[in-house]
Design a protein around this ligand. Structure first.
Ligand SMILES: [Zn+2]
Length: 281
């Protein structure tokens, strides 16, 4: 993995190597690190994974990009640090992008989550901006083109798969919320990703040994959320510390607290840093 600091403006195209850039790397309550949202880039394709409430105003300072440069979005779950900027992104694209010929946003979203995202989060702000085709209301389809990954595993942990314009994505359910859910099957829909068959992105999850056992050997690197204190809905650093050293050295911690300088994380690969291009061979 090569790390290159963005000098001026991040290019959303590269020579074909998988690349990941963090717009922010903090917890939902971080005041200095921004929401833990990333951009995946490979060849001519880019995918924004999550766009939280800090993202509309962090994007330019961190990456140099304009919000209208973004074309494809993959939301992992409905917490505000992951989708809090999505209404802004959607309306900006529709009323500032589309009039200039920019296409609608493309969303990569499993069927099971599409209705949840619209009905429980986006609809309130997006439904009545124009008269839509459907009884005067705007719908999910009014705003987004979308692609639906295939369900690949219906027994045990639910998974979905899609190759989106050259970027291979395996979605897996994580056990993030509620805090009381012991098994992934009892948790609400939240996703992590295996990106291009080699980079693990936990999304938000409790410590999940079974998940890590499955993906450890498949992954060249693992980006894992990390709480510095015991936390009912996130993996904490002491739990991650129970993993074998060989695995810990492949784990880049993300979604961490503002007080990271007061903690020792030297037994892991590193902390994810916003504005750095992580490039994988
Ligand atoms: Zn969350």
């Amino acid at each position: 993995m090569k790390k290159i600091k963005i000098e001026d403006t991040l290019s959303l195209k590269n020579d074909g190597k998988l690349e990941i850039v963090f717009i922010g790397s903090g917890t939902a309550f971080s005041e200095t690190l921004g929401n833990n949202n990333i951009i995946i880039i490979k060849g001519d394709t880019h995918i924004l994974v999550d766009f939280g409430l800090t993202a509309p105003f962090a994007l330019k300072p961190v990456t140099g990009l304009d919000i209208l440069d973004l074309e494809n979005i993959l939301p992992t779950h409905s917490h505000s640090d992951h989708i809090g900027g999505l209404e802004y992104l959607t309306l900006k694209n529709r009323y500032f992008g589309q009039p200039k010929g920019k296409p609608r946003l493309t969303m990569i979203i499993p069927d099971e989550y599409k209705t949840v995202l619209w009905d429980e989060s986006l609809k309130g702000g997006l439904r009545y901006n124009e008269l839509g085709k459907n009884e005067g209301e705007m719908t999910f389809e009014s705003y987004f083109d979308y692609v639906t990954p295939d369900v690949t595993n219906e027994n045990g942990r639910i998974k979905h798969h899609i190759n989106f314009k050259g970027i291979d994505l395996e979605f897996f359910h994580t056990n993030h919320i509620p805090g009381q859910a012991v098994r992934t099957e009892d948790a609400f829909i939240t996703y992590g990703l295996l990106i291009d068959g080699k980079v693990f992105f936990s999304g938000d999850t409790k410590f999940d040994k079974e998940l890590l056992d499955e993906y450890a050997s498949k992954s060249d690197y693992l980006f894992h959320d990390c709480s510095f204190f015991p936390n009912p809905v996130h993996a904490d650093i002491e739990s991650l510390r129970t993993l074998p050293e060989e695995l810990r050295k492949k784990i880049v911690l993300m979604h961490y607290g503002d007080d990271y300088e007061n903690h020792d994380y030297s037994d892991f690969h590193s902390l994810a840093v916003p504005g750095v291009r992580y490039i994988f061979d």
